[in-house]
Design a binder for this molecule. Sequence first.
Ligand code: ZN
Length: 125
Amino acid sequence: MKLKKGTKAYSILNNRCPKCQEGKFWPTNNPYRNIFIRNVGNLGSCKQCNLKFEQEVGFWFGAMYVSYALAVIIILFSWILIRLIAPGTDIVITSSIISCNIILFSPVNYFLSRLCWVNIFVNYE
Ligand SMILES: [Zn+2]
């Protein structure tokens, strides 16, 4: 299935600017590489359409709500997977595995939460 250009899902899943969907939002498509690039907190603006990604001061605080929702999805998915693979697993081991998954997927969570958040406020033109 190929995503249609102009949709929010296209922008989020292809790491594209929400306005023009040509320029990149994050410097690289790999969330784990982005955390090692300097000044990654300041994403600047789109190289194609010059859209300033940070709409106002403190704009990215809102991405925490998206991040929280994504973390809940990771928790539920991990818990269901543990229950299916090993039904009698101890609660301490289960919560340890879930905690490790949250930490392992935090760069992906960070990557997607900001993309989702900016896509809520900026539409394709
Ligand atoms: Zn753009």
